[in-house]
Design a protein around this ligand. Structure first.
Ligand code: CMC
Length: 433
C-alpha cells in the first residue's frame, strides 16, 4: 500500500515557552490529522488519549464513517447500496481488493472460497475437547486460533500468495467453524458444507439441517443472512479491528490475529451487544414496562443495549437496513406480531423523543434489530456474536493485509503516563511493618 496522505499546513504547539511545528495531513475525506510521530523525539512529551477518541492509529483506504451524518462507505460505496444490490462474497472481494470484481474475477474468487470450506478431518476432534455447555464464542476463539496449527503452509506473512491463501481459508472456513460451534452446543451431528450452495445458504444449511430430514433453504432467510453479513463486514478502526492490527504488527500469523479479534469482539460493549440487546428486550417483556426501564437508563442503573456508538452521533445506517430486514424476516416467518418487535419499535420511538437520548446523541445501532431477526431465524442468543465474528472476518483480514503492506508500518507500542511509585529500595520480609 502506498501512503496517500497530503500535507495541509502545520500546527504550532507551545510547551514551556518553546514552540514546535507539527505537520497537518489530510486524507481524501474526513478530519485532518496532526502528525505527532516526531513529537517525543523533539519535545520529550507524549500525547494522552485513552480510548483513542482523538487518535488516528493508521492510514486506511478500506472503510469510511461520517458519524455525524450517519454515513458508512466500504471502498467508497454506501452500505445501503451494497446491502440492496450486492452480495456478501462480492463485498468480500471489494474489501480485500479495493474494487468491485468483473464477472470472471468474481467467478474465480467464489470458486476459491467455495473450495476452501472444509476443515481438516482432525480439526473436528478439536471440538470434542470443549464442555457441551461451552459458549460458542469461547469455541470460536479457541478453534480459530487453532487454525494456525493446521495450515502451516499459509502462515508466512512475507509471502503474498500465502497471505492470499490464509485470507481465502479464513473467509471460507469461518461458517463451517461457526456452524460446528452451534451444532456442538445443540448436541447435533456436524453437517458438511456443500459446494453447490451460496455462502449464506451453505451456512444456514450447516446450522439447521439434520441428517434425518430434508432441508429446504428459504430464499428470504438466505438473503437476510447474506445482508446481515454485509452489514457487519467492516467498520473501520473499531476495538476488535485495532486488536487484529496490533496483534499483527508484531508479525504474528493471521489466524492468531483473527482469534485475538474474536476475543475482543466478544465484549458486551462491542459485538456482544446484540446478545445483550435481545436479553434486554426480553427483560422489558411488554410495552407498558418501557417507561420504567427508560427511567432506569436515565438514572444510570444500566445502559440501553443496542443504543449509542462511539462514532455515530446520528442513526447508524446499518440499523436502518437491519430494521427493514427484521420486518422482512418476521413477515416471511409469520411472526410479525412478535412481542419483542413491538417492544423494540416502541422503545426506539420513546428513546428517540426523549431529552436524555437526544442530548446524548444516542440512536439505535446495528445491534438493536439484529438480535430480534436472528432469534426469529432460529439462532439462540449465544450465537449472535459468533455471526458477527463470521461476517467481520473479511474486514479484519482486509485491515490486517493493508497493515502488512503499508511501508510505514511498525510494531504498535503505545506509551503511558506513569503514576505509580518512583524508584525505591527492596525491603526484606522480616523488616516490613
Ligand atoms: N444507554 C444509556 N446511556 C448511554 C449509552 C447507552 N447505550 N451509551 C452511552 N451512554 C451515555 C453515557 O452514560 C454517557 O453519559 P454521561 O455523559 O451523562 O456520563 C454518554 O452517553 C457517553 O458515554 P460513553 O460511554 O463515554 O460513550 P462511548 O462512546 O465510550 O460508548 C458505546 C460507546 C457503544 C460503548 C456505548 O454507547 C454503549 O455502551 N452502548 C451500549 C452497547 C452497544 O450497543 N454496543 C454496540 C455498539 S455497535 C456494534 C459494535 O461496534 O460492536
Amino acid at each position: 500500500m502506498e501512503n496517500k496522505t497530503q500535507p495541509n499546513g502545520t500546527a504550532r504547539l507551545e510547551i514551556a515557552g518553546k514552540s514546535y511545528e507539527l505537520p497537518i495531513l489530510k486524507g481524501s475525506t474526513g478530519p485532518d490529522v496532526i502528525d505527532i510521530r516526531k513529537l517525543y523525539a523533539e519535545a520529550g512529551v507524549f500525547t494522552y488519549d485513552p480510548g483513542f477518541t482523538s487518535t488516528a492509529s493508521c492510514e486506511s483506504t478500506i472503510t469510511y464513517i461520517d458519524g455525524d451524518k450517519g454515513v458508512l462507505l466500504y471502498r467508497g460505496y454506501p452500505i445501503e447500496q451494497l446491502a440492496e444490490k450486492s452480495n456478501f462474497l462480492e463485498v468480500c472481494y471489494l474489501l480485500l481488493n479495493g474494487e468491485l470484481p468483473t464477472a470472471s474475477e468474481f467467478a474465480e474468487f467464489e470458486y476459491h472460497i467455495t473450495h476452501h470450506t472444509m476443515l481438516h478431518a482432525q480439526f473436528d476432534r478439536f471440538f470434542a475437547g470443549f464442555r457441551s455447555d461451552a459458549h460458542p464464542m469461547a469455541i470460536m476463539v479457541g478453534a480459530v486460533g487453532a487454525l494456525s496449527a493446521f495450515y502451516h503452509d499459509s502462515t508466512n506473512i512475507q509471502d503474498l500468495k500465502q497471505r492470499e491463501i490464509s485470507a481465502h481459508r479464513m473467509i471460507a472456513k469461518m461458517p463451517t467453524i461457526a456452524a460446528r460451534a452451534f451444532k456442538y452446543s445443540a448436541g447435533q451431528p456436524f453437517v458438511y458444507p456443500h459446494n453447490s450452495l451460496g455462502y449464506a445458504e451453505n451456512f444456514l444449511r450447516m446450522c439447521f439441517s439434520v441428517p434425518a430430514e430434508e432441508y429446504k433453504i428459504n430464499p428470504v432467510l438466505a438473503r437476510a443472512m447474506d445482508r446481515i453479513f454485509i452489514l457487519h463486514a467492516d467498520h473501520e478502526q473499531n476495538a476488535s479491528t485495532s486488536t487484529v492490527r496490533l496483534s499483527g504488527s508484531s508479525g504474528a500469523n493471521p489466524f492468531a490475529c483473527i482469534a485475538a479479534g474474536i476475543a475482543c469482539l466478544w465484549g458486551p460493549s462491542h459485538g456482544g451487544a446484540n446478545e445483550e440487546a435481545l436479553n434486554m428486550l426480553r427483560e422489558i417483556g411488554a410495552v407498558d414496562r418501557i417507561p420504567e426501564y427508560v427511567q432506569g437508563v436515565k438514572d444510570k442503573k444500566y445502559r440501553l443495549m443496542g443504543f449509542g456508538h462511539r462514532v455515530y452521533k446520528n442513526y447508524d445506517p446499518r440499523a436502518k437496513v437491519m430494521q427493514q430486514t427484521a420486518h422482512e424476516v418476521l413477515d416471511e416467518l409469520g411472526k410479525h406480531d412478535e412481542p419483542l418487535l413491538k417492544v423494540a419499535l416502541e422503545l426506539e420511538k420513546i428513546a428517540l423523543n426523549d431529552e436524555y437520548f437526544i442530548s446524548h446523541k444516542l440512536y439505535p445501532n446495528v445491534d438493536f434489530y439484529s438480535g430480534i431477526t436472528l432469534n426469529a431465524m432460529g439462532f439462540p442468543s449465544e450465537m449472535f456474536t459468533v455471526l458477527f465474528a463470521l461476517a467481520r472476518t473479511v474486514g479484519w483480514i482486509a485491515q490486517w493485509k493493508e497493515m502488512i503492506e503499508d511501508p510505514s508500518q511498525k510494531i504498535g507500542r503505545p506509551r503511558q503516563v506513569y503514576t505509580g511509585a518512583t524508584e525505591r529500595q527492596y525491603v526484606s520480609v522480616d523488616q516490613r511493618g
